[in-house]
Design a protein around this ligand. Structure first.
Ligand code: G6P
Length: 608
């Protein structure tokens, strides 16, 4: 989603701003722009399209002499991704320039008022309202004007503002949308995402809701929501800018798929202690665990698919009622929750707006919230009662791979942990489940051997318009994720169905040559899934079967087969993910798609 950067210091600002924006490209965007301030003048350069177009426009002026500036990558919400709608937006006399992440919900009424006050607008964005409002509210105090203006906005925002009268200053304020700042000997850097700061510092300040900061002559002055100046402690980031580089791979997605064994191992290994599970951020007593009467897992996108796999694991191992809920739906329901409900929020970024809203709703209703998050300094991590961190490292490709894998690792451990503490399960079954978990990294490495074959099979898929994915139980969770992965990066229309459900409508779409990817790894469900495979084959479908070696004989007449290593039924989603991610990757590549940054998608979805 939208990205913000800013710099003020002793060096030229433009190169820093462009480099910072390139670090945020992975979030997904469709236009970009920067503003620099010099000689009491704010200069804005913007383009629709990619950052390279902005770089081309600015090339003759690099590095420039302006030492203060802000930049933005925009993911269109209000108005098309054109140059006119790109940020920064200037106020009518050029007094203020603003970049904004989030959505201003009352922008229509604010705009009407501004129009009747004689202001005119040159974009369709909600953000331009902020720029004009800043000018209208200006009382000589830069920081005071930004605070006053922010107080009139409803919705979510992270703002970075320049004022022509204060050439060495930037003011930022935020509500709901994240903003981080850092400092080194060259100056002060700010960004909506710490990955744009890592090159400059690992010690960052995270602005909290309604806090603001005045950056003046290289100094950071933080202000509490009531306007009083406050001291702020920095957070140390345990990752380096190098983690977010391709390291010889052609694409981030490919690199991240190959990092899955490590992501899974680094996530689960620290929690496995002498056959027991101990989480550092979640350590309820046995009595507290026994009081839990049900678990609700809520998340978006791939993280929701982790929830489906987690539901099967928690039900079977811990014998607790468990549901997986899409966060954007769950947040508006009227669920009956109480202190005996454990709500698990899963989010790679820790910033997904719907997951965050679901968390807040659950807390308000008295439930305990445990989050599973990959980014330590994120809002979801901050607001949860307890947190289990995945150790996937920075994930840059928009379509998640290794973080999904690491999230699965946590929900499996969580299921086993709840089972241990509830003493609901034979120790033997749990021990063997944990042994299987320990073997997953090695099996993931074996699953990566499919990389070569995926390139070949992808050739058969690249010209398709539709693919259907089917599976039962854990195979269904795997199918849902495989289908999402293929559609988001290759733009082929894909749908996943519980295999038994296909005949209740969707089978009417199966005709000669339709490709069905049939996930048939779970032994318990194998015969049932084979019946569904037969049903689609009888109607002319070509089938790509995803299975284990021992079932190859029964599936000898399939058009394509790919095998994954044996494991416990519950753990198949993690092993099935690898070959299907590779297949999606190569199919998308053959179709000429932008694999790491698919059109219209964003990595961190900070709006509803
Ligand atoms: C976006 C990403 C998906 C991700 C989903 C949830 O749609 O493209 O890959 O699964 O958001 O993100 P989260 O950060 O909450 O896991």
């Amino acid at each position: 989603m939208c990205g913000i950067v800013g710099y003020t210091g002793k060096n030229a600002a433009l190169p820093y701003l462009l480099e910072g924006l390139s670090r945020l490209e992975y979030r997904g965007y469709d236009s970009a722009g920067i503003a620099v301030i010099e000689n009491s003048r704010i200069d804005v350069t913007r383009t629709g399209g990619s950052l390279s177009l902005l770089e081309e426009k600015l090339a003759p002026f690099l590095p420039g002499t302006a030492k203060t500036g802000i930049g933005h990558t925009r993911w269109a919400t209000h108005g098309a991704p054109t140059e006119q709608n790109a940020h920064p937006h200037l106020s009518r006399s050029g007094l203020f320039a603003v970049v904004h992440n989030g959505i201003i919900e009352n922008y229509t009424e604010l705009k009407e008022q501004l129009v009747s006050d004689g202001f005119s607008f040159s974009s369709q964005t909600d953000t331009e309202v902020i720029a004009q409002l800043l000018e209208k509210n200006y009382d000589g105090s830069f920081h005071g004007t930004v605070r006053k203006t922010a107080a009139m906005l409803s919705g979510s925002f992270a703002l970075a503002v320049l004022c022509r009268n204060e050439p060495d200053s930037i003011v930022c304020i935020r509500k709901e949308s994240p903003l981080v700042l850092g400092k080194n000997e060259n100056g002060v850097f700010l960004a909506s995402d710490s990955s744009a700061l890592l090159r400059h510092t690992k010690d960052v300040f995270r602005l909290e809701n309604n806090e603001s900061v005045l950056i003046e002559n290289g100094e950071l002055h933080f202000f509490a929501p009531d306007g009083s100046e406050e001291e702020k402690k920095s957070i140390h980031l345990n990752r380096s800018a190098h983690d977010a580089e391709k390291n010889g791979y052609s694409h981030f997605m490919l690199k991240e798929i190959f990092e899955e064994p490590a992501a899974f191992r680094n996530t689960v290994a620290p929690f496995l202690k002498n056959g027991r599970i101990e989480f550092s951020g979640f350590s309820p007593t046995k009595e507290e665990v026994k009081k839990i009467s049900r678990v609700i897992i809520t998340a978006c996108g791939s993280a929701y698919h982790v929830g489906i796999a987690g539901k099967y694991a928690i039900e079977r191992l811990a014998k607790l009622p468990c549901e997986a809920e899409i966060a954007s739906e769950f947040r508006y329901r009227s669920p009956v929750l109480d202190e005996r409900t454990l709500v698990v929020v899963i989010s790679q970024s820790g910033e997904t707006a719907d997951s965050l809203a679901a968390l807040r709703m659950a807390k308000e209703k008295g439930a305990k919230v445990l989050s599973v998050v990959n980014v330590p300094e994120s809002t979801i991590a901050n607001e949860s009662d307890s947190v289990i961190y995945t150790a996937a490292g920075p994930e840059i490709a928009v379509a998640t791979t290794k973080a999904y894998c690491a999230q699965l690792g946590v929900v499996y451990l969580l299921a086993a942990f709840l089972a241990f503490e509830r003493e609901e399960n034979g120790k033997g079954e749990l021990q063997s489940f944990i042994r299987e978990i320990r073997q997953i990294p090695e099996k993931l490495s074996r699953a990566l051997d499919y990389a070569q074959e995926a390139q070949q099979t992808a050739k058969q898929l690249a010209s398709l318009e539709h693919i259907y994915y089917i599976g039962r139980q854990s195979d269904f969770a795997a199918a849902a994720e495989a289908s999402l992965k293929m559609k988001e990066i290759s733009y082929i229309h894909c749908e996943a169905y519980a295999a038994g459900e296909l005949k209740h409508g969707t089978i009417s779409l199966i005709e000669k040559g339709t490709l069905v990817v049939a996930h048939a790894c779970c032994d318990r469900m194998f015969e049932k899934t084979v019946s569904n495979i037969r049903e689609v084959k009888a109607r002319g479908a070509r089938v790509l079967a995803v299975t284990t070696k021992k079932h190859l004989k029964e599936l000898s007449d399939m058009e394509y087969v790919l095998t994954v290593p044996e494991t416990d039924e519950l753990l198949f989603p993690v092993l099935e993910a690898v070959p299907l991610q590779l297949l999606a990757f190569h199919t998308a590549l053959l179709r000429g798609c932008s694999v790491d940054k698919p059109r219209n998608l964003a990595k961190s979805v900070t709006v509803e």
